[in-house]
Design a protein around this ligand. Structure first.
Ligand code: 13P
Length: 260
């Protein structure tokens, strides 16, 4: 069975850009992203920027996402942001990014709670997985990724597809050693991980039809000069872009490359 998956590019701005800077960047990006069809494009700025960016994106086909959230709808959780709050602002949420796992104590269990809460509130999770350099060199990539996927998806039921062959759940494969290092994975290597490990694990959980319909992105040092290599691969459906998403002259060509 072949399912045509719509390419998907998200920019993870991480902890960059004030509101004023965000307004400027998005205004610069809109003209170069708007005309590009056949690819979904999403910007994920920091929380304080969401409202301002939402207003600027109004009437465009560019989606908006957050970078994290709590799993509870409301409560005494100082400093946290709930899915109910995000659902008013955006459509997507990045969950389980390796920086959150490494610096903020995220575990497969907390990622799982967040994935369930996001789906329950109509947000589309972009669930991040990836092995560290040490795990990669120890030859444990498969075990690590299987554990992250199975653990993140305990008791997860996926919502109805919005379009034929498409599921409102996205996986981002981001090998930790490739993030922010300038040392991207090879496109063939990343594709092999997706086709030999990630989709088969998704198939064990949801069945092969859904496993084929889920968009799987690659992330880690994606830039204008290497993006098209990844998008030529059979099982990579787009990218989660960090540093290069903060520059129009880098991000726009990446989006164009995904459109084919
Ligand atoms: P870089 O593109 O800066 O390597 O970051 C990747 C990433 O972490 C996206 O979530």
């Amino acid at each position: 069975m072949t399912t045509k998956r719509t390419p998907f590019i998200a920019g993870n701005w991480k902890m960059y850009k004030t509101i004023a800077e965000a307004r400027q960047l998005v205004s610069e990006m809109i003209p170069s992203l708007q005309g590009v069809s056949g690819v979904e494009k999403v910007l994920c700025p920091p929380f304080p920027d969401l409202l301002a960016v939402k207003a600027i994106l109004e009437g465009t086909e560019i989606g908006l996402g957050a970078q994290n959230m709590h799993w509870e709808s409301a409560g005494a959780f100082t400093g946290e942001v709930s899915p109910v709050m995000l659902a008013e602002l955006c459509q997507y949420v990045i969950l389980g990014h390796s920086e959150r796992r490494a610096y903020f104590g995220e575990t497969d269990e907390t990622v799982n709670r967040k994935v369930k809460a996001a789906i329950a509130h109509g947000l589309i999770p972009i669930m991040c997985i990836g092995e560290t350099l040490q795990e990669n060199e120890a030859g444990t990539t498969q075990q690590v990724l299987e554990k992250q996927i199975m653990g993140g998806l305990v008791d997860v039921t996926l919502p109805e597809a919005t379009q034929p062959g498409e599921v409102n759940f996205i996986v981002a494969y981001e090998p930790v050693w490739a993030i922010g290092t300038g040392k991207a994975a090879t496109s063939q290597g990343a594709n092999a991980v997706v086709s030999d490990i990630i989709r088969p694990t998704l198939a064990k959980i949801f069945g092969s039809q859904i496993a084929e319909a889920v968009r799987v992105l690659y992330g880690g040092s994606v830039k204008a000069s290497n993006a098209s290599e990844f998008f030529k691969q059979s099982d990579i459906d787009g990218a989660l872009v960090g540093g290069a998403s903060l520059k129009v002259e880098e991000f726009a060509p990446i989006v164009q490359a995904a459109a084919g």
